[in-house]
Design a protein around this ligand. Structure first.
Ligand SMILES: *Cc1c(COP(=O)(O)O)cnc(C)c1O
Length: 346
């Protein structure tokens, strides 16, 4: 039995010995009492980096997003986002459940929105209409195959939201992949967003945790919502230490994940069982299965050869590269893709 190469998600990474050492040596306290200095250090490190006033460490990216949506809406409001958005598709219907808000879905190419798409969907003040109060962007777009916004694209969206009195939240689960790809500076982000959520347990390779950034006032409110959601954690500094370690040591290496994703895409596009591959921008490769194969047969054949990945739709599969898919494994996967013979449709 060969070793598995796990392309299912960048969430599957295991902490390195160095990261575990950093966790074990963390100074901790009761963070619900505001006494964990490592959590405070992580929150202030990220808020300074993104030029925001304050941060809040939470157990998951879903929670940071849902807290932000709760902060920025009232029941009966409407949230505007792309139809691919994680906040809409993959958070268990949380917008309705937690915030009592409806959602207006847009259809941006690869999930990327612009002011011309958003503007006509902002409701006028009228008793028939829900109050449009929040726009959510995702960078990178997960279901868009890791597509990125540049700050140049974000600035006019932010300007529109400010002019119309809407809040703007960034689901930045993979924001560092976008920064590495675009060369944009984290410090320039703060001015454009009311909230930014950042995952430490995706490409950054920490085991647990996300941070919500915002104004002091927003984070004060968010802290209370986190408590109500059951997300206040006690000696959470052990986890925050992993995040600090990741920010110090595991950001620049994301470029390697992007290169690896491109190598996989090059192999896939040449394969008989692939119809199309979304152009690679970061660490996600989404590809369409050719009509004479079934998705199930390709998935089965990959799995039998030790390559794990997941379906993102009826005829699409996704590979995600990360800290635990090294150059040797990429070379092995490329070779396996070349030789793969899935069962054809009969
Ligand atoms: C993974 C992810 C999240 C948050 O996921 P959790 O598993 O709850 O940490 C949010 N947004 C996007 C785009 C994601 O890919």
């Amino acid at each position: 039995m060969q070793n598995k190469i796990d392309f299912r998600s960048d969430t599957v990474t295991i902490p390195t010995p160095e990261m575990i050492a950093a966790m074990m040596n963390a100074k901790v306290g009761d963070d619900v009492y505001g006494e964990d200095e490592t959590v405070a250090a992580l929150e202030s490190k990220l808020s300074r980096l993104f030029n925001m006033e304050a941060g809040l460490f939470c157990p998951s990216g879903t929670m940071t997003n849902q807290i932000a949506i709760k902060c920025f809406t009232q029941p009966m409001d409407e949230v505007i986002c792309d139809q691919t958005a994680h906040v809409y598709r993959y958070e268990g219907g949380g917008i309705a459940f937690h915030s009592g808000a409806s959602v207006r879905l847009l259809n941006g190419p690869r999930g990327i929105l612009n002011p011309e798409m958003i503007s006509p969907e902002i409701n006028e003040d009228n008793i028939h209409y829900p109050n449009s109060s929040l726009v959510v962007l995702e960078n990178t777009v997960n279901k868009g195959g890791g597509a990125c916004y540049t700050l140049e694209q974000i600035a006019p969206i932010s300007e529109l939201c400010k002019r119309k009195g809407l809040k703007l939240h960034l689901d930045g689960a993979r924001i560092f992949n976008a920064l590495v790809k675009t060369g944009d500076a984290a410090k320039d982000y703060g001015q454009y967003f009311d909230g930014i959520s950042i995952c430490l347990s995706k490409g950054l390779g920490a085991p647990v945790g996300s941070v919500l950034l915002g104004t002091k006032e927003t984070i004060h409110k968010a802290n209370k919502i986190r408590k109500a959601f059951g997300g206040g954690m006690r000696q959470a500094g052990f986890l925050a230490a992993a995040g600090i370690y990741a920010l110090d040591h595991q950001v620049d290496r994301l470029a390697e994940d992007h290169l690896h994703a491109q190598l996989l895409a090059d192999a896939l596009i040449a394969a008989d069982f692939v119809a199309d591959v979304m152009p690679v921008e970061t660490n996600i490769v989404i590809f369409k299965i050719a009509a004479h194969y079934t998705t199930a047969s390709v998935l089965d054949s990959l799995t039998k050869n030790g390559i794990l990945c997941g379906a993102t739709g009826p005829d699409t599969l996704r590979f995600v590269t990360h800290l635990n898919t090294n150059a040797d494994q990429i070379a092995e996967a490329v070779q396996l893709i070349k030789e793969l013979k899935p069962v054809k449709r009969s």
